[in-house]
Every structure is written in structure tokens, then in C-alpha cells.
Design a protein around this ligand. Structure first.
Ligand code: AMP
Ligand code: ZN
Length: 473
């Protein structure tokens, strides 16, 4: 279902590049409400800007779908048990939850600062352990998995005929190198991977089932020993618990293609025979000096790092969105400064608008061009070119028709905080008007009192050559 605006504008369909088929495909959700599963953060550290590039992209996708009138349910999982979280908790000699909780909080705090809307679900892996155990047990029963002498379960790659399609391994002879226990590995190691890892002493206090009370009502599968899930089965099980066999869209960074998403497909499709996701979207890496930003490489920058240098989180959002999502983006201080300048320029244009009731045609034509760029596999660079051209026209003529509609739509789609002034609550506007009166009447004490009241409501007044401007603090 599309919005009236989209229909009346006669716009084309939404095309997205599907990693599975390597083609641009028309987005066609299976039901009235579209479904999106996003591989979320591994909560063993504060997310870095590379992670945020992928999550900001998800937010753009989400906002654009909503703008186009689609209903959407999104789940973004939190990986709170895997090799890395266990290693972290062990090193700090704390429980897994005590170790991961602060990183989950940091994730949500920074997410809010970056203007990323709430997903409908943030499932934690540790809340779905029984589902994971049952999933692994089913794969064993159906002959897709086998058990090693310690009781661990491995997925047998050669039993799943379509293994390798997503990661484009079909051209190579699929010759598994053996078994791989760790969660992450390279393409050279096409191997049977762990579904369930029997407890060993390195896992310390991390194991399931915990005790009788914690066991699911339907019972713990007899074939699953004391232990913990492999990383890949976590997403397969959470996705199934929340959405059933399939989702419309599944997203992540390109590093998720192999082995994680390839393995999710193998596990889920082996059981259901249905496509796990109709479309797979992958975000290219944020790099630093051409190298992937990654904690393991020690080259990460967090949001807090750049905020400390005086940047607004939304400048970061602008930068992360500005490149096409399938193109790598190199992070530099200069590019962040340029993003800050570009966002300020849009704010100036939006806030300099003089709203008069004339035809809104010019703004709507520009908006249609922005939409067309986004309908074409979310081509943000093309959309930004249109946006900045229109912003220049607004600066040349602040009474231009449709300016308000244009920037309001932009705010919904991109969430760049360029329209704060137009979103100021009525109460604040009244106080500002009274302060103007007091100031122009020479009553500066009263004007200062009113400015303070505005401040108490979370807003800030600036007197500029173009008049008073209001910002949120
Ligand atoms: P992780 O916390 O490592 O599980 O990663 C969470 C998400 O961030 C995954 O979708 C990754 O693919 C993505 N990601 C990690 N590093 C980068 C990067 N440098 N650029 C873009 N996305 C990334
Ligand atoms: Zn995942």
C-alpha cells in the first residue's frame, strides 16, 4: 500500500539490490505488513561508527518504507552470547549479563543520539536459548546435523544442496575443510559449523539449561547437552520465533554475508524449505585509511569520540548516509567537517524559509526527484544533489512554494534535524514571541527572564541578522 502522495505523484516502484540474486528487484512484500530482520550488535563493546553506518542505513530503509506508506515490523537482535561476549565476561570475571548490559545501554543511548527510530523488537539471544536448542535438535533429527563425541552439534554443509548461493560459493567446488567451532571464519574455511557447543571450561558460568525452573514448559530437547548456542543459529531461531519461516528483508554489513548469513540460510531453509528472506541487503564497510573499521583491528572511532570533538551526532548521521550504501565510505575528519557544513547549509535554508501561502509546486517537484532517487536502490548521493540544489533556490528565494513541505518530508525520511525550528512546541513559540516584544520594547530584564524560561523547556534562542531562531538544546 502506498501513500496518497506517492500515488498521486505517479512514482515508480521501489527497487532494491538483492545480494542473493545480484540484481535490482522490485520490492514486493508478502503481506500487508512488511517484515525486516536486521543483524544487530554483538554487545561486547560500545558500537563504533562502522556498526552505525549499517544501522543508520537500516533506519533510512525503515523511514523510507514508512514514508511510502508501508507498514513495517522490524526486529534487530542483540547478540549477548557468543565467543566474544563470553571472552569479555571471563576476562572481567563478571557474569555474562553484567558484562553485556552496559553495552546494550550504550547501544540504545547512541542510537537515540543518532536519530535512529525504535525497531519493534530488540530480541536478546539469551532470551531465546530454548528455541535455539530446539532448532538444533530438529536439524539433528532431520539429518542436517551430526553430533561429535562431546555432544556438540554441527551443521553438515554438504547435506544442504543450496549452500553457498548467497556468498557466491557455487563457482568453487564446495569442499568442506572439516569442522569449525569458532563463530567467525573466512571463506577459505568452508566448513561444518557449530550449532550447539557443548560446555567446556572456557565457557565458565555460561551454559544452558540453567536449572529446572529455567527450562521451557515444552521441555528441553534430550539430544542437547549442557552448553550454549553457536552464533549463527541465534538469528535463525529468533527470526523464526518472531516472524515464522520468512521475512521480506534481511540486512547487515557485507561482512555478514559469509559465513553468518550463508549459515542462517542453510539452517533455516533446511528446516522450512522456504526462503529465509526474499531480499538480502548488505551495507559496504566504513573504512579508516581504506581498512575496515573493526574492533579487532584496533582502528575504531565511537560516536562519543567525535561528539567530544564538538560534532553533533546528526553530523555523523549525515556523513554515514551520504555515500551510497553499497559503496565503501572512508571516514576522515575532513569528511565529517564537510558533512557538518552540508547539514548546516540545509538547516540555514530550512530555517530561513518564509512560509507564505503560494503554490507548493516547486517544492513538490524537487521532492518527487528525491523520492525517485531513493526508489532506485536508495540512491542517497543522487537525492542529496537534488536536495542541495533546492536548498540553494530556497536561499535565493525564501518564499519559494513548497519549501515547508519539502523540508518536512526530508526530515521524515532522513531525520537530520534540519527542521527543529518548525517543530518547536506552541508554548515555546509563544514565549519567544513575548520575549521579542519585551526586547523590542526595551524591557531587557523581562526579555532575559523569558529567554531563561525557554531554556528550561529545552530550547535555545539565537538572534541572527535574519531574525530570531530557536534550537532545541
Ligand atoms: P557486530 O557488532 O560486529 O556483530 O556488527 C554489527 C553490525 O555492524 C553488522 O551488521 C556488521 O556487518 C556491521 N559492521 C561491522 N563493522 C562495520 C563497518 N566497518 N562498516 C559497516 N558495517 C559494519
Ligand atoms: Zn544475524
Amino acid at each position: 500500500m502506498k501513500s496518497k502522495r506517492a500515488q498521486s505523484a505517479g512514482l515508480t516502484d521501489f527497487f532494491l539490490f538483492n545480494t542473493l540474486t545480484r540484481t535490482r528487484e522490485r520490492f514486493a512484500p508478502q503481506a500487508k505488513t512488511a517484515t525486516l530482520y536486521t543483524c544487530g550488535p554483538t554487545v561486547y563493546a560500545t558500537p563504533h561508527l562502522g556498526n552505525w553506518r549499517t544501522f543508520v542505513f537500516d533506519d533510512l530503509l525503515r523511514r523510507f518504507l514508512s514514508y511510502r506508506g508501508y507498514q513495517l515490523i522490524q526486529a534487530m537482535n542483540l547478540t549477548d552470547v557468543d565467543d566474544k561476549t563470553i571472552a569479555g565476561a571471563t576476562a572481567q570475571k563478571v557474569s555474562l549479563a553484567a558484562f553485556t548490559d552496559p553495552f546494550i545501554k550504550a547501544f540504545h543511548d547512541d542510537r537515540a543520539r543518532l536519530g535512529i527510530e525504535d525497531a519493534e523488537h530488540y530480541p536478546r539471544a539469551t532470551e531465546y536459548i530454548a528455541e535455539m536448542a530446539r532448532f538444533a535438535a530438529e536439524l539433528l533429527e532431520r539429518g542436517f546435523a551430526y553430533q561429535t563425541p562431546d555432544g556438540s552439534l554441527y551443521f553438515s554443509v554438504k547435506k544442504f544442496r543450496a549452500y553457498g548461493l548467497l556468498a557466491h560459493l557455487e563457482d568453487q567446488e564446495l569442499r568442506p575443510t572439516g569442522r569449525v567451532k569458532h563463530d567467525e571464519y573466512e571463506k577459505e574455511e568452508i566448513a561444518d559449523f557449530a550449532l550447539w557447543k557443548a560446555w567446556d571450561k572456557e565457557d565458565g558460568d555460561v551454559f544452558w539449561p540453567r536449572d529446572v525452573q529455567n527450562q521451557p514448559a515444552s521441555g528441553w530437547p534430550a539430544s542437547i547437552p549442557k552448553g550454549r548456542p553457536g552464533w549463527h543459529i541465534e538469528c535463525s531461531a529468533m527470526l523464526r520465533a518472531l516472524f515464522g519461516a520468512s521475512v521480506d528483508l534481511h540486512t547487515g554489513g557485507v561482512d555478514n554475508i559469509f559465513p553468518h548469513h550463508q549459515n542462517e540460510i542453510a539452517q533455516s531453509e533446511a528446516l522450512t524449505g522456504k526462503p529465509l528472506a526474499h531480499s538480502w541487503l548488505h551495507v559496504a564497510h566504513l573504512t579508516l585509511n581504506g581498512e575496515k573499521m573493526a574492533k579487532s583491528k584496533g582502528n575504531i572511532t565511537t560516536l562519543e569520540d567525535v561528539v567530544k570533538e564538538g560534532f553533533d551526532p546528526l553530523d555523523v548521521r549525515y556523513l554515514l548516509l551520504s555515500a551510497h550504501y553499497r559503496q565503501p565510505l572512508d571516514f576522515t575528519e575532513d569528511s565529517l567537517k564537510a558533512a557538518r557544513g552540508a547539514r548546516a547549509s540545509l538547516r540555514d535554508a530550512a530555517q530561513g524559509l518564509k512560509i507564505v501561502s503560494v503554490s507548493s509546486e516547486k517544492g513538490l517537484i524537487a521532492l518527487q526527484r528525491v523520492e525517485q532517487a531513493l526508489l532506485d536502490d536508495l540512491n542517497v548521493p543522487k537525492a542529496l544533489a537534488v536536495i542541495h540544489t533546492f536548498a540553494k533556490q530556497v536561499k535565493a528565494d525564501p518564499t519559494i512554494g513548497g519549501g515547508k513541505e519539502f523540508f518536512e518530508a526530508l526530515e521524515r525520511i532522513f531525520g537530520l534535524g534540519i527542521l527543529e525550528e518548525l517543530m518547536v512546541p506552541q508554548k515555546v513559540k509563544e514565549l519567544v514571541a513575548k520575549r521579542e516584544e519585551a526586547r523590542t520594547g526595551g524591557n531587557f530584564v523581562r526579555a532575559d527572564e523569558l529567554r531563561q524560561k525557554v531554556g528550561e523547556l529545552g530550547f535555545r534562542i539565537e538572534d541572527t541578522p535574519n531574525g530570531v531562531r530557536i534550537f532545541s538544546n
